[in-house]
Design a protein around this ligand. Structure first.
Ligand code: CMC
Length: 429
């Protein structure tokens, strides 16, 4: 932060109020209104927090105008190309890239905690086969708090917090894969701890007792990149949920279950599923791009995977994924008609005044689904994959929120209902 004390002035009802201006390390500016109500009786009103910073944070920087995304200062492009997901997880949570020994310990600790308590299987048995895997994931994340009762005590030692973090990153793929197996009605696979994180997950997902399963390195590399690209995205809906639930000192499993449920909505992580359903509809019904875009412009529907609250130029994650789609399909020697449709749709939309004027560009969800399809994941697992990737970001934000002793999240409102009136007993109404 800069030392220069910048201020803003607000004049209301003939009185002038001086408000401190907070400056971030990337020169972002925010007016600190925390004392405004005490001094003036005024609050600020900003539905959807479109212009409100809920916190300062040193985890992720994004510049929506320039299309920049960095984790702890490292560009997403470099991390996606060169790092491993667990390395990035460590970076997000602990602030620095791990050295070799630290990373090995982190990986080994995670590998040792991949199993779920056998009683968790009984919970799985209670879900109908039609259960959406996101519903299963959210429920089981909440259920983990019952297996680790120490998590309910806000007075935790650093070692306990470390162990909780390890458990979460270790068990998430097991829960995710089991939620898929539940849907298929297949036996649940136990984690193979000889494998690395991504390979282990793929094996739990796709191996069946009757057949040998060989992990394809192309799929491992694609999955590693996808997880990194989703790993954090500053104060989005689900992350804000983690921070707000966690600010009540609720246990982390509950905070993460809330985040998973927030992520499931079609305007957030659920968009990756919605994109594929949209592309499939265009493909199956033979709808022309022009006709589809016209429907969007007439507001009959949204172009899923387009638009972003923050990115108003391009989403760097979408740029990486667009390239990655071609590479993965080529390496697997596969074609996907939906990729051609997506590219054409993007072309038509990006040259249309409606999208140009509203600054609507493809976001991370526009192309990720094509890669998930190449991994042979069913559409309703896409958001589960997003959650797996986002987990370290949620954990990092939860930890930061506690360390900075963020007060309990409790926004105010402007009340617009009836003013005081007298109760009339039922027989006199
Ligand atoms: N298709 C058509 N029109 C759109 C779209 C879209 N995808 N997105 C925004 N608009 C229009 C919207 O109708 C509005 O028009 P008008 O000014 O005429 O009322 C204008 O653009 C501004 O939209 P908004 O809803 O006020 O913008 P927002 O910042 O509140 O919403 C968004 C951001 C991501 C929810 C929105 O762009 C959207 O619904 N996109 C489709 C869903 C999607 O892809 N979500 C994934 C987001 S990225 C990953 C993640 O965060 O999980």
């Amino acid at each position: 932060m800069s030392d220069k004390a910048k201020t803003a002035k607000l004049i209301y009802d003939g009185k002038e109020y001086e408000l401190p201006v907070v400056e971030g390390s990337e020169n972002e500016l925010g007016i600190d209104i925390s004392n405004l109500r005490a001094e003036s009786g005024l609050i600020t009103l900003d539905p959807g927090f479109k212009n409100t910073g809920s916190t300062t944070s040193s985890i992720t920087f994004l510049d929506g105008e320039e299309g920049i995304l960095r984790y702890r200062g490292y560009p997403i492009e470099q991390l996606a190309e060169q790092a491993s997901f667990l390395e990035v997880s460590y970076l997000l949570i602990y602030g620095e890239l791990p050295d070799k020994a630290t990373l090995e310990k982190f990986e080994n600790d995670i590998t040792r905690h991949t199993m779920l308590h056998e009683d968790m299987r009984k919970i799985f048995d209670g879900f109908p086969a039609t259960a959406h895997p996101m519903g299963v994931l959210g429920s089981l994340m909440a259920a983990l708090s019952t297996f680790y009762p120490r998590a309910w005590d806000p007075d935790r030692t650093d070692e306990e917090v470390y162990l909780t973090i390890i458990r979460l990153i270790a068990k998430m793929p097991t829960i995710a894969a089991w939620s898929f197996k539940n849907e298929l009605g297949h036996p649940l696979n136990y984690p193979d701890n000889k494998l690395d994180y991504c390979s282990r997950f793929l094996k739990m997902m796709f191996s069946v007792p009757a057949e040998e399963y060989e992990v394809d390195p192309v799929l491992v590399s694609a999955l590693n990149k996808l997880l990194i690209l989703h790993a954090d995205h500053e104060q989005n809906c689900s992350t804000s949920t983690v921070r707000i639930v966690g600010s009540s000192l609720a246990n982390i499993y509950s905070a993460l279950a809330s985040a998973i449920n927030a992520l499931g909505g079609p305007l957030h992580g659920g968009a990756n599923q919605a994109v594929i359903e949209m592309l499939e509809e265009i493909h199956e019904k033979g709808i022309s791009m022009e006709e589809f875009v016209e429907r969007v412009k007439n507001k009959e529907m949204r172009l899923m995977g387009f638009g972003h609250r923050v990115y108003k130029n391009h989403d760097p994650r979408a740029t990486i994924l667009r390239k990655s789609c071609d590479e993965v399909l080529q390496k697997l020697n596969r074609k996907d008609p939906l990729l051609d449709i997506a590219k054409k749709l993007e072309q038509v939309a990006l040259s249309d005044e409606y999208f140009i004027e509203k600054k609507l560009y493809p976001n991370v969800d526009f192309y990720s689904g094509i890669i998930y399809r190449a991994l042979e994941l069913p559409t309703d697992m896409f958001t589960v994959m997003f959650a797996m990737g986002r987990l370290p970001g949620w954990i990092a934000q939860w930890k930061e929120m506690l360390e900075m002793k963020q007060p309990i999240g409790r926004p105010r409102q402007i009340y617009t209902g009836e003013t005081a009136r007298d109760y009339v007993p039922f027989d006199k109404r």
